[in-house]
Design a protein around this ligand. Structure first.
Ligand code: CDP
Length: 211
């Protein structure tokens, strides 16, 4: 039997990272934050991103991410890096170079993977595919709070328009556009707490496993 994968895809600030890592912890599964790989390619820089994607040395530790042995955890979540990542993510050669790396995270007893194309491209045979959404207003508020907690500031209006820009770019690109897999369950988290979303995902997974 193959190692089970739960794919959690969705737009920027939909909460997929928080939900995916909590679901992974609850099940004792591995966790892949695929967006971090695109961010790492952006952070590593250089003029041949597909080569960087293939050769960069990355380690995901408990709470830290190392790039070529340096702790880059604090730089990775930067908005500018996110924007560059979204540009780089349009390149088919970069996506192809990251495919094998991502699939390498599929180790027993299971994997929870979050991103834009986990259910459509990287793990098409995932046992459960969740497409997590939330309204732009909710997502902008969440991002606002996250930034505030880190002592950084941005207006809600600026965050909303940046999110809409990012959504458009991710949905319009030719390769692996942001869209739910045909067999994905859509979950709108606008009016749900993190605990409620995590519970719904766990319940859906358990339903699948008893069938
Ligand atoms: O969700 P958020 O935009 O905050 O960040 P992220 O998940 O770290 O993703 C950063 C960028 O990487 C996104 O805008 C996507 O364009 C790209 N990405 C992707 O193309 N495919 C993935 N599986 C994950 C991220």
């Amino acid at each position: 039997m193959s190692v089970p994968v739960i794919a959690i895809d969705g737009p920027s600030a939909s909460g997929k990272g928080t939900v995916a890592s909590r679901v992974a912890a609850a099940l004792g599964f591995h966790y892949l934050e695929s967006g971090a790989l695109y961010r790492l390619v952006a952070l590593a820089g250089g003029d041949a991103p597909e080569r960087v994607a293939a050769s960069m040395d990355v380690e995901f530790l408990n709470r830290k991410i190392l790039l070529n042995k340096h702790d880059v955890t604090d730089y990775l979540r930067n908005e500018a890096i996110g924007d560059q990542a979204s540009e780089i993510a349009k390149l088919p050669a970069v996506r192809a170079a990251l495919l094998g790396r991502q699939r390498g995270f599929r180790q027993p007893p299971g994997l929870v993977a979050d991103g834009r194309d986990m259910g459509t491209v990287v793990f098409p045979d995932a046992v459960l595919k969740v497409f997590l959404t939330a309204s732009v207003a909710t997502r902008a508020q969440r991002r606002h709070k996250q930034l505030n907690d880190k002592g950084k500031h941005a207006t809600l209006a600026a965050l909303s328009s940046a999110l809409e820009e990012r959504d458009k770019r991710d949905a319009a690109r030719a390769v692996a556009p942001l869209k739910p897999a045909a067999d994905a369950v859509s979950l709108d988290s606008s009016d749900l707490t993190v605990d409620e979303v995590v519970d719904q995902v766990l319940n859906k997974y358990r339903e699948r496993m008893v069938r």
